[in-house]
Design a protein around this ligand. Structure first.
Ligand code: NIG
Length: 400
């Protein structure tokens, strides 16, 4: 099925009518989830959404043949810029070894030893892999360099990849082996932050036992905020801890993992604008419990789903896998899980409103469409593990 011109003169279509849609998920409260709908893309934006019978004329037509259409996945938490492989560590874990933050150092060593070209190629390969599965917005982090030069290199390479939408500085991923924690914190909040700042929009900190404590994490967030960066926190991954409360207190856009939450953490998230970003593939790959999605949703918290693709704790780019897991094992409904993996990720990245918004299909939004080889989005969980991506449009261009 290809995009067909409506007339022989329209060689370079400006407006594309997407029609024959089985079920359209818009994530727009007024447009809703609908049948009998059509969408018009114009340039890189959605120009029109409504009943197919009322669709305006367009230069070209893309007939989806009764398939479901939804916004492209918004993967708001990944670590795609790295070298090396930790399959042996994974296999040992599956044989009973616990997951520990220290495994990050293995990837740091391999990443420092890799050339710029190797890192850029690996990043592009991961982004392309995600794209083929319907991901149209990608956030990725530094955090496997942990020297000023290596973090700056990672930030610059990530910012230079046209498939990466948001870059986050995660110098506070781990105190490198042999470094003094206070000296390293001073580096992260000073010269390292200065070096990466031109390339990144966000700062993040791994607030966890074995990584950074509450006080050090707060210092990282304060330093990032002082340079105008948005804030994110890795928190409550390996046990209850201060991450969630810290994120909420500092007005972070998201706190990611949220595997172990106290009642007070849930209450704090329900009352805040901080998104609880859940990373179920990570919890499965580290043999942790799955996060309490139902409790968060019932309390009124905003929930996002992301892949957390990284070589240690979650080596997958599959957002569909995360959605299926959320539905089958975390008691989210299909609609909640699809929203969390699209609009929820957009809220976590603060890209959910205004012109060029992602995770939503309404006039003015970025034209990011995921066409499933299925009549409804429910098939994402009803047919777990089956590759269901039929076509992907990113910013109006068909990329798969
Ligand atoms: O999000 N939690 C910290 N960082 C990554 C793990 C990275 C690694 O093990 O290499 C995560 O799970």
């Amino acid at each position: 099925m290809s995009t067909q011109p409506c007339s022989s003169t329209a060689q370079h279509a400006r407006a594309v009518l997407v029609t024959g849609i089985g079920e359209l998920t818009t994530n727009d409260p007024e447009l809703g989830t609908r049948t009998g709908a059509a969408v018009v893309l114009e340039g890189d934006r959605v120009a029109w959404v409504g009943d197919a019978a009322a669709a305006p004329a367009a230069d070209a037509r893309f007939d989806t043949g009764g398939r479901a259409v939804l916004p492209g996945w918004v993967d708001s938490h990944t670590h795609l810029l790295f070298a090396g492989d930790r399959a042996a560590e994974f296999a040992a874990r599956m044989a009973g070894e616990p997951y520990a933050a220290g495994g990050i150092a293995v990837t740091v060593e391999a990443t420092r030893a890799a050339s710029d070209e190797q890192l850029a190629t690996t990043l592009a390969r991961h982004v392309a892999e995600a794209r083929r599965q319907g991901t149209t917005t990608v956030e990725t982090k530094t955090g496997y360099g942990l020297t000023v030069a290596d973090e700056r290199r990672a930030a610059a390479l990530a910012a230079a990849d046209p498939g990466v939408d948001e870059v986050t500085f995660l110098g506070a991923h781990l105190v490198p082996p042999g470094a003094d924690p206070d000296d390293y914190l001073a580096l992260v909040t000073g010269p390292m932050l200065d070096a990466v700042a031109p390339h990144v929009g966000w700062v993040d900190v791994f607030c966890e036992r074995g990584a950074f404590d509450a006080e050090a994490s707060a210092a990282v967030l304060r330093a990032g905020a002082a340079r105008g960066l948005g804030l994110r926190v890795h928190g409550n991954q390996l046990g209850e801890g201060p991450g969630v409360q810290l994120a909420v207190r500092h007005g972070a856009a998201s706190v990611d993992h949220c595997t172990y939450l106290s009642a007070a953490d849930v209450d704090a998230l329900a009352a805040a604008d901080t998104v609880a970003t859940l990373l179920p593939a990570c919890d499965l790959s580290t043999r942790q419990p799955l996060p309490p999605a139902r409790t968060l949703l019932d309390a009124g918290a905003t929930v996002a789903l992301a892949s957390n693709c990284n070589p240690g704790s979650s080596y997958t780019t599959s957002m569909a896998f995360c959605v299926a897991t959320a539905v089958l094992q975390m008691r989210m409904t299909v609609a909640e899980a699809v929203w969390a993996a699209t609009a929820g990720g957009a809220v976590a990245l603060r890209r959910h409103t205004g012109p060029g918004a992602v995770g939503v299909l309404r006039p003015g939004a970025r034209a990011d469409l995921h066409v499933l080889d299925a009549p409804t989005a429910a098939h994402l969980a009803y047919r777990p593990g089956v590759p269901l991506t039929h076509a992907v449009f990113r910013a109006g261009t068909r990329v798969m």
